[in-house]
Design a protein around this ligand. Structure first.
Ligand code: ADP
Ligand code: MG
Length: 251
């Protein structure tokens, strides 16, 4: 399996470079000829119909799918060959509503070797509060994970993905299962995090209405890149019309 190489050059800038990427699963070619640059501080939205290969592309970047081609990361001051740190929130994570695990327990499991049933030490609790503050979610610390709303769960998982602070944040359909008000709140928060930490954010979404306000770049894929550009360029393109018209508007 190939992994991200550090050292692909993209001028002197901080950049994730995907070049001539293709992914096969069995005999099926899921993605072909994908070429894309994502610069630090950019919010890039990946759109396309169901089954287009959006999650597959994210998994290739994460090193969870074999691929042909190049995925390279470069950043000023980064040591040669050091791979980027990637924060990831998967598509539709779910927790049993009756599960007694609290947000604090979840962080303890991920960030400490101490068994969760022993509770959090003072230092670790302070650290978890600091992580949750990044997503304005400190009041969630003692809630049960299974009782969280879609938007609250996304914020908690985002706080986990941001510790330690990654170079690239990858979110697979973070807006699905979140009500409209929660979606705007989540996008505002992602925008704030992107600017504050100069993060690259790559997210998949079917909520096109959010794109003009929040995305720097939109990439339309259907087993390969059909169109990339500003939200206006992609959403008003013939390629966009053809993909979603052909699918009868069902995305
Ligand atoms: P999207 O996220 O755009 O909805 P996916 O990347 O999940 O699409 O899937 C793209 C295609 O790859 C689909 O046809 C899907 O059935 C296929 N696929 C994804 N994962 C697997 C797998 N593990 N085994 C076989 N086929 C898969
Ligand atoms: Mg998907």
């Amino acid at each position: 399996m190939r992994r991200i190489n550090h050292g692909g050059s993209c001028g002197d800038s901080c950049c994730l470079r995907i070049q001539d990427l293709s992914v096969r699963i069995g005999t099926d070619k899921i993605l072909k000829d994908v070429n894309l640059h994502i610069h630090c501080g950019q919010m890039v939205a990946l759109i396309g119909p169901n089954g287009a290969g959006k999650s597959t592309l994210l998994k290739a970047i994460l090193g969870q799918r074999e691929y042909d081609g190049i995925i390279a990361f470069s950043a000023p001051g980064m040591r040669h060959r050091k791979p980027p740190r990637i924060g990831y929130v998967p598509q539709s994570p779910s927790f049993d509503p009756g599960d007694p695990v609290s947000v604090a327990d979840l962080f303890a499991c991920c960030m400490s070797r101490r068994p969760a049933f022993l509770g959090l030490g003072r230092d670790m609790r302070d650290k978890v509060i600091e992580c949750l503050e990044r997503v304005h979610g400190e009041e969630l610390i003692d809630k049960r994970v299974g009782s969280l709303s879609g938007g609250e769960l996304q914020r908690v998982l985002l706080a986990l993905a941001l510790e330690p602070l990654p170079n690239i944040l990858i979110l697979d359909e973070p807006l699905s299962g979140v009500d409209v008000e929660g979606q705007t709140g989540l996008m505002d928060m992602l925008d704030e995090i992107r600017k504050r930490f100069d993060l690259s954010i790559l997210m998949t979404t079917h909520d096109f209405g959010m794109l003009p306000q929040y995305a720097n770049k939109v990439v339309l894929i259907d087993h390969g890149i059909l169109k990339k550009g500003t939200p206006g360029e992609v959403l008003n393109s013939e390629e966009f019309r053809q993909v979603f018209h052909r699918k009868g508007g069902c995305v």
